[in-house]
Design a protein around this ligand. Structure first.
Ligand code: 6GU
Length: 257
């Protein structure tokens, strides 16, 4: 997958891509990330990327020309190399659709993405209307720019690409992939400061362990994010378990202090 990022702050992307799974994925050529400075696509002496909003008001607005020209330049480069027919052009903006694991999975199917990081009070509406094919927000809070949001999106997408995670690590039963939160994980020691690991996990009985984990995932989801259960893929028996748990008074989760 090739990912092109348009930003006013290219430096922000240096460290995330130089460590961990990104670094490995880039080294193995599973993903290629190109960072483009929007300022490089200006033509005036001062490299102006923003201007006052028409109609007045606080803050500055990102001008359309450098953003359109950056995208067109990237597009003309790639169409020479490969016949990419669908190329999502994603604007990171608090006004976008709310990012989710589902959207990460959807984006992971493309072989090329362009991400545009918005800034200041906003981006000229013509970028929203005539350039972006998709707009994504990572949550209902305000960031000072789209860069951190772009990194969140890229992280969630890249780890779904085939070969990026080790062969044994599977993204399939993580939180949200199943529609449920993940079950609790433990490692040695079996008792730490008097806090024991569940007997089931030490039993070596794989069927019993799988059942325990599934139950824990359902229980945890019911306690913390009950609205997720409506869409989760539960068996009839599991639905009945949820109804029983809902009627009983759920014990609160102790923080152990
Ligand atoms: Cl994509 N951008 C900004 N500036 N703020 C956000 C966001 C994006 N998603 C949530 N808040």
């Amino acid at each position: 997958m090739q990912i092109d990022i348009l930003t006013l702050f290219p430096q922000m992307f240096q460290s995330p891509f130089s460590v961990g799974i990104f670094k490995r994925a880039i080294e193995r050529k599973l993903v290629r990330v190109n960072i483009h400075n929007i300022r490089d696509y200006t033509h005036d002496k001062h490299h102006t990327v923003d201007d006052y909003p028409y109609g007045g008001g606080a803050g500055m607005v990102l001008k359309p020309e450098p953003i359109f020209e950056a995208v067109e330049s990237i597009k003309s480069d790639i169409s020479l190399k490969q016949g990419v027919d669908v190329l999502p052009i994603i604007l990171l903006t608090p006004q976008g659709r709310l990012f989710s694991q589902q959207i990460a999975l959807e984006l992971s199917k493309y072989n090329h993405l362009i991400l545009i990081c918005g800034h200041y009070e906003g981006v000229d509406e013509r970028v929203h209307e005539y350039l972006a094919t998709d707009e994504i927000s990572i949550g209902d809070y305000v960031l000072s720019g789209g860069e951190l949001a772009a990194m969140v999106v890229i992280d969630a997408v890249v780890r779904l690409l085939p070969g990026v995670l080790g062969s044994e690590a599977s993204p399939l039963d993580e939180s949200h992939a199943t529609g449920l939160l993940e079950y609790p994980q433990y490692t040695r020691p079996p008792a730490y400061r008097g806090w024991p690991v569940s007997e089931v996990l030490l039993s070596g009985n794989h069927a019993q362990i799988a059942r325990w984990r599934r139950e824990q995932a359902i229980l945890r989801t019911l306690k913390r994010r009950p609205e997720l259960l409506d869409k989760a893929n539960l068996s009839l028996q599991e639905r009945q378990l949820v109804s029983r748990l809902e009627k009983s008074n759920l014990p609160g989760e102790s923080k152990g202090k």
